[in-house]
Design a protein around this ligand. Structure first.
Ligand SMILES: [Zn+2]
Length: 338
């Protein structure tokens, strides 16, 4: 029995819901929203159909999603019961094209954490450079001198390429110069050249999200692993992204998302110094009135967490995920490494 089937059976057996009167906040973590049927090599998100089903399920449960700032206000007021807040990391254009119409239709809100510097310069995030190389390579085999050992990774079909990409991804958790050098080496080894299309949104899309009542948060300039940076560079990545968003959109972000969930004590200092009121992590769990505002927990809710063994949307499974029935089982997901 695979993990998905096991979780589905457990959800059917136990049921699960966000019950109880204590003030609580569940923050869901999304990234991309794909066209139904899209099958990218590196899938970092959900289909529009699954997102629509999630919104419908939450509305039926009386949990129409709010922004993270609204959810924190719920905790601060001490209102009874649970709220669900939605968050989208990175700032992909599909958030505007596919998520916004569904959010509007549902009367829901969300927080969008923007990678401001990459948006400004129209540069693709590093993992899209990696995925692009695996998508376009004509090579049949990748010989990769990784951080550990030399790997020989076959590239015959898409399943091979997905496995190969997963095998090399940990090698890019490094400071910016090392990461850039390794990505250059990978693209050379795969025989792929040329620029990679930036699929992040532009500022006019971000302004449309703002105008629709959505919350705009910051997610650094270039999406580094913050703890690999010198303290000054860490502080600049955070403060500059807040300032650039304020300059382009006229609203100063109150919230921040740590790229890849990577942070340390110096990061917390830099977030405070930038005047941010809260920050979200990639640690699974829910938040209470006393939860530290700079280390808020979130829960991922990708396709795989919502679909039953037959591939159809399974509301009881999705609701069990939202209520945290599997927090321990899925403490670390591959997507949290970005
Ligand atoms: Zn991110």
């Amino acid at each position: 029995m695979n993990g998905r089937t096991l979780r589905w059976l457990l959800a059917l057996a136990r049921g699960s819901a966000l019950r109880g009167r204590a003030p609580r906040l569940v923050v869901l973590r999304h990234h991309r929203v794909y066209d139904d049927g899209a099958a990218p090599l590196d899938r970092l998100g959900i289909s529009a159909a699954v997102f629509r089903a999630q919104l419908e399920m939450l509305a039926r449960a009386g949990l129409v999603p709010v922004s993270v700032a609204e959810g924190i206000a719920h905790l601060d007021r001490g209102d009874p019961g649970a709220r669900v807040a939605l968050s989208f990391d990175d700032g992909y254009a599909d958030n505007h094209a596919r998520a916004l119409p569904l959010l509007r239709a549902a009367g829901a809100r969300a927080t969008f954490f923007l990678t401001a510097g990459l948006m400004e310069r129209r540069e693709a995030p590093w993992w899209d450079e990696v995925a692009d190389a695996f998508e376009r390579s004509k090579a049949a085999l990748l010989v990769w001198d990784g951080a550990g050992a030399t790997m020989r990774l076959p590239l015959a079909g898409r399943a091979d390429r997905r496995r190969a990409m997963a095998a090399v991804l940990p090698d890019f958790r490094a400071d910016l110069a090392t990461r850039a050098r390794r990505i250059g080496a990978l693209r050379a080894a795969l025989g792929v050249e040329g620029p990679v299309r930036c699929e992040l949104m532009g500022w006019s899309d971000a302004a449309a999200l703002r105008d629709a009542g959505m919350e705009i948060g910051a997610h650094t300039m270039t999406h580094p692993h913050l703890t690999t940076l010198a303290p000054g560079d860490q502080a600049a990545e955070i403060a500059d992204s807040v300032a650039l968003i304020e300059q382009r959109l006229g609203v100063r972000p109150a919230g921040f998302a740590y790229p890849g969930g990577d942070y340390d004590a110096r990061t917390l200092d830099a977030v405070r110094a930038a005047g941010l009121a809260y920050a979200v992590t990639t640690r699974a769990g829910e938040n209470r009135a006393g939860s530290p505002r700079l280390e808020l927990k979130r829960r991922g809710l990708p396709d795989g967490a919502c679909l039953g063994p037959g591939g159809a949307f399974a509301p009881r499974l999705a609701m069990a995920e939202i209520a945290g029935a599997f927090d321990g089982m899925r403490a670390l997901r591959a997507e949290a490494a970005r």
